[in-house]
Design a protein around this ligand. Structure first.
Ligand code: WTA
Length: 654
């Protein structure tokens, strides 16, 4: 087997002695938990793929499936291939009988606005928009790009697309015009839904002008654009003939119903672009039936969400977590979700706790990056609020340290709530490794064992399972329902990017390094490829570095993430160029233009050289250790070891 090198030098931050810490699921929680039968693990092990009927049977099928898995042509797997269903009907229509007047979405805007949608409201607006999109020419299988901030129109547009069988392609609102154009072009999309703008703290920010700039690119040819009025009169945004007001569309079609299109389970529900092993983002394709089954099953069994909960997934819908656990998961199980547009520290640092108290949120799902900020701001903020409604906490996106885990449990979970540390990826579609909160004991700082039915293993270069504590590569041996069905870039890229054929069959490569302990609990060491996870976004280092090198006078760049989820850029300049403030700004601007404001580096460290191996490869791990202030190992393998001291002092001075 062929893997990029993993050195296992870094650990997940688990302090000595923590290894043994085991926290049992609280009995009061287990008694009521959706999943509380330990035999579930054995049942999945015995039944194989058939076990996933449990997940598919949480959905309403237009045509029942008979086959669970078609694995005749690995690594191209088809889940529930003869079944037909509609994702929007599963997220909206089927709840109308029992809970049409129950809240589906409680939205809180940046300026203190509030809007609530019952399932009936949602049904009405999704239908009206679906009718409007049809009228604009959107047909089944046409890809619709959605470029919207965290406003209710985003999930509504996703569902309207799903209703008419048009796959959506959500582009995170903070990405640049150029990044948007690349994704519209790569997805072959002729329709766009965007908005006039949105607020960033006090300021109105023009989103439409970014969409306009994307359209200027020669390869972009949109048939129609729909524009949501988020700002009212705050910005004057004129519309041209092929641009349509969202509000007028919804008003014109108000009260119409559009029959949900029955899709094959294997038909495309959406595409989501994410960073991979090359500078060009790749389009991960998710199929309708397997994805929705896995997402619904994990929303219930891992996040323990029920219809009478108020649940809050704080992730942006522009990324996979928001797709799976901000939209499709909660709506498919018929619960009430909080949708929050603002920042966690505006107007004050207690905003998150205020929203939990105000809405009596029972299940809260966020990232370790956010938890680190909460810790830094201080326990007095959560402590000042009544958070007793919290029953379960979740984290995703990176490893959480035992210290942060305990803080989260103590100050947000009232010392009682179980925490599920959930590992998964854009490509896995849904949670793949995590404890089942009513069954499986927790180990702070460790993700936990694979979920029932997920054949995850940590293996060495030869694909052999590693011994407990030894670093290796996290792989998944058997297909799972939420898995990507392929890449937009084609079968060959899909196979090459993710799959290895070994003696025991095909293995999916996650790109993560990991260790596993005697009890089968997995700890994630971080990526082994050139992807970095910062601020809960995934970037390819080459994608960022090529934008930096585009600044005049820059010769080389290396980008790493530090402990706080910040982006640190190490930059070398031409001899005749002063590494000064204007250059720093130009680098930030270049990244904002190429990728988006989210990619602006938090620190730019000018250095005379970058540490390189004898073969000329930049030692990014070493730079990461320096940025994090960690100890680093032997540097004798470097071609230029003397540079390490210079970089360290540059970091200190900066
Ligand atoms: C990382 C986000 C440690 C991992 C859902 C993975 C994690 C990448 C965890 C996927 C976790 C995700 N502990 N690391 N619980 N969850 N990761 O595609 O490196 O944005 O490969 O999906 O995040 O990021 P993505």
């Amino acid at each position: 087997m062929d893997y990029a090198g993993v050195d296992g030098r870094r650990t997940d931050g688990t302090a000595a002695g923590d290894d043994e810490a085991v926290v049992e699921p609280p009995a009061a929680f287990s008694d009521r938990a959706v999943a509380n039968d330990p035999e579930l693990y054995e049942a999945f092990a015995e039944e194989g793929p058939e076990a996933w009927r449990r997940a598919a049977d949480l959905l309403d099928w237009e045509t029942d499936y008979e086959t669970v898995l078609d694995d005749d042509d690995p690594p191209f797997y088809e889940w529930f291939p003869d079944g037909r269903l509609n994702a929007a009907a599963n997220c909206v229509d089927r709840h109308l009988d029992e809970r049409r007047n129950q809240l589906a979405i409680r939205w809180f805007g940046k300026r203190g606005e509030r809007r609530s949608y019952t399932y009936l409201d949602l049904h009405r607006e999704v239908n009206a928009l679906a009718a409007g999109l049809r009228e604009l020419g959107v047909e089944e299988d046409d890809v619709v790009t959605l470029y919207l901030p965290m406003i209710p129109e985003l999930p509504i547009a996703m569902l309207a697309c799903a209703r008419i069988g048009a796959p959506h392609n959500v582009v995170f609102a903070g990405l640049s015009a150029e990044a948007l154009a690349t994704r519209i072009d790569a997805a072959d999309s002729s329709y766009l839904v965007t908005c006039d703008g949105y607020y960033r703290r006090e300021d109105a920010f023009n989103q439409k002008s970014k969409a306009d700039n994307a359209r200027l690119r020669a390869d972009i040819d949109l048939s129609a654009t729909v524009v949501v009025d988020r700002l009212g009169d705050a910005l004057d945004v004129p519309l041209s003939d092929d641009e349509h007001e969202y509000e007028s569309i919804v008003e014109a079609h108000d009260g119409e119903t559009v029959e949900p299109v029955a899709r094959d389970a294997t038909d495309l529900l959406f595409v989501m672009y994410t960073s991979g092993t090359t500078g060009r983002p790749k389009g991960v394709e998710h199929a309708t039936g397997g994805y929705l089954s896995h997402v619904a099953w994990t929303t219930r069994n891992v996040l323990d969400v029920r219809p009478d909960d108020t649940y809050w997934c704080a992730a942006d819908i522009g990324w996979i977590t928001g797709h799976s656990y901000g939209v499709y998961g909660p709506l498919s199980v018929g619960t009430t979700s909080v949708l929050y547009e603002g920042s966690p520290d505006y107007p004050d640092r207690d905003r998150v706790w205020d929203l939990i108290e105000r809405n009596a949120v029972s299940v809260f799902y966020t990232s370790p990056t956010a938890i680190r900020s909460f810790m830094k701001w201080g326990a007095e903020y959560p402590d000042a609020h009544d958070l007793s409604s919290i029953r379960l906490l979740g984290t995703v996106g990176e490893s959480i340290t035992p210290k942060a885990w305990r803080w989260y449990r103590e100050h947000v979970g009232g010392g009682e709530a179980p925490i599920v540390d959930t590992w998964w990826q854009t490509e896995t579609g849904a949670i793949s490794l995590a404890t089942l909160p009513g069954i499986t004991p927790m180990k702070p700082g460790k993700v936990g064992p694979p979920l029932p039915g997920i054949d995850a293993r940590v293996v060495d270069e030869d694909g052999e399972p590693v011994d407990p504590g030894e670093p290796g590569y996290l792989t998944i041996g058997a297909p799972w329902p939420g898995m990507l069905r392929g890449l937009r870039e084609g079968d060959e890229r899909y196979r090459r990017e993710y799959w290895l054929e070994g003696e025991d069959g095909w293995r999916y490569r996650t790109g993560d390094g990991a260790t596993v302990d005697e009890d089968g609990y997995v700890s994630i060491l971080g990526r082994v490829d050139d992807v970095i996870n910062v601020r809960t976004h995934r970037f390819n280092t080459a994608e960022l570095e090529s934008a930096i090198v585009g600044a005049d006078g820059v010769t080389e760049a290396a980008v790493v993430g530090d402990d706080d989820g910040k982006i640190v850029a190490y930059v070398t300049t031409r001899g005749d160029v002063d590494p000064d403030e204007p250059l720093r700004d130009a680098i930030g601007e270049g990244l904002a233009r190429a990728v988006g404001d989210v990619a602006r580096p938090d620190r730019v460290v000018f250095t005379p050289d970058l540490p390189k191996t004898r073969s000329g490869k930049i030692m990014r791990r070493l730079l990461e250790d320096i940025a994090r202030g960690d100890e680093f190992g032997d540097v004798s393998a470097l071609r230029n070891p003397e540079v390490v001291g210079e970089i360290e002092s540059a970091v200190r001075e900066e």
